[in-house]
Each structure stands twice: as C-alpha cells, then as structure tokens.
Ligand binder design. Structure first.
Ligand code: ATP
Length: 303
C-alpha cells in the first residue's frame, strides 16, 4: 500500500567546540564545529495532499513562537529542494511538532529541514543516497547535514563537511533556555567586531577534546568545551555570563553557550547531578526555563 504520511524524529544539537576562522571576503567564516546530537526532538510529519496544492506547513508543540508558517520556513525550502532534485510534484502538508527551542543555537530550523529531506525521501520512495541527502542538506544550511547524521561529529568548511568523531559513553546535559532568541548573523557580526584588531588563526580541531571524547570521561570533556561565539553572544546578552557562573557554581563539569546562543549548555556527571543542577538553576531565578537531555543520539529518522 502506498504511504500517505511519514513522521521523522530529529534531535537538537549542542556544539562541544565551535572555532570560527577569519571572516572571508564572501562574508563566510571557516569553521571547526564538533557537534553532539541531544535528546530534545522535533517530530516532522509529511502528508501527501491534493495535486496542485503545493507545500503547506503548520507548527504545533511547545516551541512555536517565532517560527514562520510560510515559504521562509526551512522545512518548506527543504521540501521544494528535494522535489526539484527528484523532479516530483511537491504537493505536501508539513506538520512540525516543535520541542527544540527557537533561535536558541540548537539548530532547530536545520533539524526540521533535515527531517523534511528524510521524510520526503521515505514518502515518495526516492531512494536518495546518504551522500545525496547530505549534499541537499548543505545547500539548505551548514548545520543540516549533521542533523541528518546525528551522533558526535566534526564539521569543517562551513561546518557541513562531516567526519564522525570517536566518542564513548553517554553525556548528560542541562540547558538553560531563554525566552528571547539571538540572531545567528548578529552574533557573527559581533564576533567580527570584537576581533577587528586581532590576528585570527585558521580553526583547528581540539586534540584535547578528541582525547576526552575517546576516554568517555565527562569531567575531561567538560574542561575541553570551547566556543568562539560565546564572548560575542555574552556581549550582546550580558545576562548569559551570570547564567554560566551560576551553573559552574552549582557543580557543572562544563558550561558553554550553545552555538550562537542564547541557550547555555551545562555538562554534568550523571542524571542525578542533572536533576540537582536543573533545580538549582530554576531556584536561582537567573534562568527562564531548563531542559535536560542526553547525547549522543541518532540523527533524523523515520519513526
Ligand atoms: P543555529 O543553531 O543553526 O544557528 P538556531 O537554533 O539559533 O540556529 P533556529 O531555531 O534554527 O535558530 O531559528 C532561527 C530562525 O530561523 C528563527 O528565528 C526563524 O525565524 C527561522 N526559521 C525558519 N525555519 C524554521 C524552523 N523550521 N524552525 C525554527 N525556526 C525557523
């Protein structure tokens, strides 16, 4: 029987390392990004609709604020892109059930684009290769290929050239969420502004972090977290500095702004420590809401 509808579950990401190279003449920066997929998920359901109806979208769930319900949604762009590539009529309805914080540096939009590519492939039996999906993903955004791949991986170039990272064990995270997002381009501009007088080296993968991931020791991983966008994000949103301090004070093994922020990620020893930190952060009053998650988890896949 022909499928009428497919649901794909896709995770959020946290950056364990984000190193930003000098600004190139085309405005881009070379990146080294070590990603980990974490267990906060969006569910993207794609349903075939009547011929000629085009692509429609609805956003549901607990994180809907600020997510466009028109052609600017990355999931809609992904449906059109894969439709063009495989020469099919893209008459589909997309429902995104969102739990990934919006504009939080956790790649929510990229995740939905990744999920849409995987769902369209399954729904229309396109039999796209993994390479084709990753390639289409990189046309939509530099984080999209990783959201297809999941796990723990190193991204180079614009962050979209992926190699898997060897990582042992499960990591426990607590995320301090902000109700107001930060714009990724604004954080990069602030980064350029803060570095205007500095000599910026080409980014390199941190050997210390790779060793720490191999050892599976969260204490070592916690000490090895790094993000070049942390200071720019804190400069635009000074309250983040306090959030980082409070988390460290309450025993986080590592504290880092996730991607371009404003989500702050804390690595903790185990589930119990995560629960304690979540309670302490909430009680401190400096954090809007908290979420707990583990990583690494799988990338976008049909459920
Ligand atoms: P990244 O970590 O990749 O920089 P982010 O997590 O900070 O991204 P997103 O949640 O992807 O940010 O949202 C950034 C902006 O993209 C939103 O403010 C919204 O206007 C737009 N957007 C487009 N499509 C989506 C989508 N499917 N989900 C969320 N935001 C989307």
């Amino acid at each position: 029987m022909a499928l009428n509808s497919v649901t794909v579950r896709v995770p959020a990401k946290v950056n364990l390392q984000l190193s930003v190279g000098p600004r190139e003449s085309n405005g881009y920066h070379n990146l080294v990004s070590v990603f980990q997929a974490v267990s906060i998920f969006d569910d993207v359901t794609i349903t075939k609709s009547h011929a000629g109806s085009g692509v429609t979208i609805a956003i549901t769930g607990d994180q809907t604020h600020g997510v466009p319900e028109d052609g600017s949604n990355l999931a809609v762009k992904a449906a059109h892109l894969i439709g063009e590539k495989f020469d099919i009529d893209t008459d589909v309805h997309i429902e995104v059930k969102k739990s990934i914080p919006v504009a939080g540096g956790m790649a929510g939009g990229s995740a939905d684009a990744a999920a849409t590519l995987v769902a369209m492939d399954a729904l229309f039996k396109l039999e796209a290769t993994r390479e084709e999906l990753l390639e289409l993903g990189s046309q939509l955004g530099s984080d999209v290929p990783f959201m297809i791949a999941g796990g723990t991986a190193v991204g180079t170039g614009r962050g979209d050239q992926l190699t898997a990272a060897l990582s042992r064990g499960t990591y426990h995270w607590v995320f301090a969420l902000s109700s107001v997002g930060l714009s990724t381009p604004a954080v990069y501009s602030e980064c350029d502004r803060m570095r205007a007088e500095l000599e910026v080296a080409d980014p390199k993968v941190s050997d210390t972090l790779m060793q720490a991931l191999l050892s599976g020791d969260p204490e070592l991983v916690g000490k090895s977290l790094s993000n070049d966008l942390q200071n720019p994000a804190c400069s635009l949103r000074p309250a983040l500095t306090l959030v980082l301090e409070v988390g460290r004070e309450y025993g986080a093994l590592g504290a880092i702004v996730s991607g371009s922020g404003p989500t702050v990620a804390f690595l903790v020893a185990d589930e119990e420590a995560g629960l304690d930190l979540a309670v302490a952060l909430t009680a401190s009053g400096v954090v809007g809401s908290v979420a707990r998650a583990t990583g690494p988890v799988h990338g976008a896949r049909v459920i």
